[in-house]
Design a protein around this ligand. Sequence first.
Ligand code: HEC
Length: 133
Amino acid sequence: MHSILLRVVVAGLVVACLASIGIMAQGNPEAAKVQNPVAATPESIAAGKPIYTRYCAVCHGITAEGGSGSDISPPAPNLIDAVWKRGSTDGEIFDVIKNGIQPDLNMEPFGDRIKDPDLWNVVNYVRSLAKKN
Ligand code: HEC
């Protein structure tokens, strides 16, 4: 009896691992190596908030739970759940915001409008929303 249960648990773990590798494979290994140089202090989070509200909320929603999309833009993903199609590290999130997502750039690049330190502040702000969730 016990060994059957054990096998079921092990099989479940294997499936879960494979699934997470699948999700990670969508990410960006180079960007994942980049460390966030800006500590997630209350100041950084407060600095990220107005930038998020101005540039991101229109698509991702004010609470970052994702948007419904429109004729010209597909739905924008939830940024406060555990699903990160483009990678879950700070470095990968930074890269997505800075350079956008190729090839169709429905997620546009913001590197021309938001300076790097503020991009990190936005990463920290989005993370703070996820923690509240
Ligand atoms: C015009 C609408 C739009 C705006 C504005 C926008 N996004 Fe996006 N964003 C999207 C869409 C659509 C996707 C999904 C694109 C894809 O996967 O191909 C996306 C994807 C992302 C992802 C990847 C999510 C994942 O699951 O890996 C992050 C992170 C992100 N956006 C953050 C931001 C931030 C931060 C801002 C503001 C600086 C912002 N976005 C502004 C539409 C938008």
